[in-house]
Design a protein around this ligand. Sequence first.
Ligand SMILES: C[S@@+](CC[C@H](N)C(=O)[O-])C[C@H]1O[C@@H](n2cnc3c(N)ncnc32)[C@H](O)[C@@H]1O
Length: 268
Amino acid sequence: MTEDELFLTAVLNCSRSELFTHPVTLDHKQQELLGTMRRRRSAGEPVQYICGFTEFMGYRIEVGPGVLVPRPETEILVDAVIEESRRHQGQGLSVLDIATGSGCIPIALVRGIPACKVAGVDISGEALSFARRNSDINGVSGRIDFIERDVFWFMDETKHHFDIVTANPPYIPSAMIPELPEDVRREPALALDGGADGLHFYRYIVPGALRLLKSGGLLALEFGDGQRKDLENLFAITGGWDKIRFIKDNAGRDRVVLAYKHTNQYFK
Ligand SMILES: C[S@@+](CC[C@H](N)C(=O)[O-])C[C@H]1O[C@@H](n2cnc3c(N)ncnc32)[C@H](O)[C@@H]1O
């Protein structure tokens, strides 16, 4: 969809196909709204903030200042987790989604995995208010528990054990943030900044997930360009992981890693 088509679907509250199958006539108010949207876009605001929503795996996800816009790459992580979950024989998988943001990952997982329940943790109350609204809109609020907490504390404190841990943490190296396109810089720095080399969160999540996962449990992480080698090293140094598999995005870049907690792992 072009940006203008997106704006039109938002102004007319219709789908893209309706845009092409029905004659488009805008009344005065709608024309003004479209003009305002175009001006906001020229001033550098993300298209999805202006429309107020985006689509993630076909689900409507509301977004605005204070929350990261879900990216198509993250659908690769969700698809892979849903696929892996089909091998699980038991009922009612429990999932922890770290750095949950808009709630896009938990929402797509509970819709894709029968009877699973998800806890989504994020430090940002603003992001979580979008996440709660999004889980309502998509009819899954009873199956997701959103927790406002610094993940570093949460991982130390929680006594729960999960079948699956997912995370798309901030992974942009701090020095690269000022060089990002204007619209990306309008998204919260908290959602982007992964520390000096972008790996700050992974250094904590990879060993920490061993304590949180059940034996044989799955860890699924999204990561940034050029970070695969460092992640391979991190998994190797940490130990306790099996069947580590990297998945590429549509541009052929390594984007997601899956790893299973070793069944004879010492930490339980
Ligand atoms: C890259 S965004 C991912 C959002 C969402 N999972 C997605 O894929 O669109 C990272 C998220 O991490 C959160 N975050 C940053 N630091 C955190 C921390 N110390 N503890 C918990 N969440 C944190 C941010 O608020 C942001 O929502």
